[in-house]
Ligand binder design. Structure first.
Ligand code: ATP
Ligand code: MG
Length: 294
C-alpha cells in the first residue's frame, strides 16, 4: 500500500515551562491525495496548532512532545530545518485567513504571483507572467491584466483571496493548508470562495487541510473531518457519516449550533454547557489514564 499524502500519528504538543500543559492530545489523521480534510472545533481547540505543526511554524511557546507528521512517508519532525524547508517549499502551500495581511501592501499582484514561479520553478519573467495570468483566469478573476498591475489595497477582500488561492496553487503543491480562509469574508463571497477552492483542488488533485469552526463549511467542502476539543479528537470520519449519524455529543451540538442552508429560518441552539462539561470530563479521564501509564 502506498503511504497517504499526509499522515499525522499520535501527535502531542505542549506548552508551559516544563511542557506541563497539553495543547494537542494524541491527534492522528491521514489525508489521501486529492482529499479535503476538515479540522473543526471551537476557538482554542488546536486547529491552527496542527496546521502550524505541519508547516513547521509553531510559536515559540509550543513544542511537539511526541508523535510524527509524515508527508508521503517522510517524517517532517525528524528532518533538519533546511531539508524540511526544501520539502515543504516544493509540496505544501498555505491559504491564510486574512488576505490583506498575507499580501505585501507595497508590491503589485504581478510581482507577488511571479516571484515563486521564478524562484521555485525557474521560469523566465515572460513565462512567469503568462502563468500568473493563466492562474488568475483559473480562479475566475475578471480583468486579470488589470489585477496584475494592481496593489492589494485596490482589490476587494474576495479578489484578494482569489489572488492568494492562485498563489497557493501556482507551484502545483501536493498539499494545501487553508486556515479559516473565508472567515474574513461576507457570506455570499464565502460560498464562492469555497466552491473555488474545491474546484481548484479537484482540478489539480491536491490534498487539503481545511481549518474551520463551521460545520456548514465542512459539509460544503470536506470529504473527511476531525472534530477537536481542547486538542483532542472527539470524532473523526467521512463528513457524510458525521453529519448523517453523529456519534459524539460534541458533533451533535456543533451541528445544532450552525446554520443550515437547506433549512433556512431554523433556530440556532448554542452548544449546551453540559456538552462542554462532558468533553472536559472525557479529556480529564484521558489525561489521568495517560499519567498512570508513564
Ligand atoms: N504562543 C502560544 N503559546 C502558548 N499557548 C498557545 C500559543 N498560541 C496558542 N496557544 C494555545 O494553544 C491552544 C490551541 O490554539 P490554536 O490557535 O491552535 O486554536 P484554534 O483551534 O486554531 O482556535 P481559533 O479558532 O481561535 O483560531 C489554545 O489553548 C491557545 O491558547
Ligand atoms: Mg486558529
Amino acid at each position: 500500500m502506498t503511504a497517504p499524502l499526509l499522515s499525522i500519528s499520535h501527535l502531542n504538543a505542549v506548552t508551559g515551562r516544563n511542557g506541563e500543559t497539553p495543547i494537542l492530545r494524541d491527534v492522528s489523521l491521514d489525508i489521501a491525495a486529492g482529499e479535503v480534510h476538515g479540522l473543526v472545533g471551537e476557538s482554542g481547540a488546536g486547529k491552527s496548532t496542527i496546521a502550524k505543526a505541519i508547516l513547521g511554524i509553531l510559536p515559540r511557546g509550543i513544542r511537539i512532545a511526541s508523535g510524527s507528521i509524515a508527508l508521503e512517508g517522510v517524517d517532517l519532525l525528524t528532518l533538519d530545518a533546511s531539508s524540511r524547508r526544501k520539502l515543504l517549499g516544493a509540496t505544501v502551500s498555505l491559504i491564510p485567513q486574512d488576505p490583506l495581511t498575507a499580501l505585501n501592501p507595497g508590491r503589485r499582484i504581478e510581482a507577488q504571483l511571479t516571484d515563486g514561479l521564478r524562484l521555485w520553478r525557474g521560469l523566465s519573467a515572460a513565462d512567469a507572467r503568462l502563468r500568473a495570468l493563466q492562474l488568475l483566469d483559473e480562479v475566475q478573476m475578471a480583468e486579470p491584466e488589470r489585477v496584475m498591475k494592481a496593489f492589494p489595497h485596490e482589490l476587494s477582500g474576495g479578489m484578494r483571496q482569489r489572488v492568494l488561492i492562485a498563489a497557493a496553487f501556482a507551484l502545483e503543491p501536493k498539499l494545501v493548508i487553508a486556515d479559516e480562509p473565508t472567515t474574513a469574508l461576507d457570506v455570499t463571497v464565502q460560498k464562492q470562495i469555497l466552491r473555488l477552492i474545491r474546484a481548484m483542488q479537484e482540478r489539480h488533485g491536491t490534498g487539503v487541510v481545511f481549518v474551520t469552526h463551521d460545520l456548514g463549511v465542512v459539509a460544503q467542502i470536506c470529504d473527511r473531518a476531525t472534530l477537536l476539543y481542547m486538542g483532542k479528537t472527539m470524532e473523526q470520519g467521512r463528513v457524510k457519516d458525521l453529519l448523517d449519524a453523529p456519534r459524539h455529543p460534541y458533533t451533535r451540538a456543533l451541528m445544532d449550533a450552525c446554520p443550515r442552508y437547506d433549512q433556512p429560518g431554523r433556530g440556532l441552539a448554542p452548544v449546551p454547557e453540559t456538552v462542554f462539561a462532558d468533553c472536559r470530563a472525557e479529556i480529564a479521564a484521558f489525561d489521568r489514564e495517560r499519567a498512570g501509564h508513564v
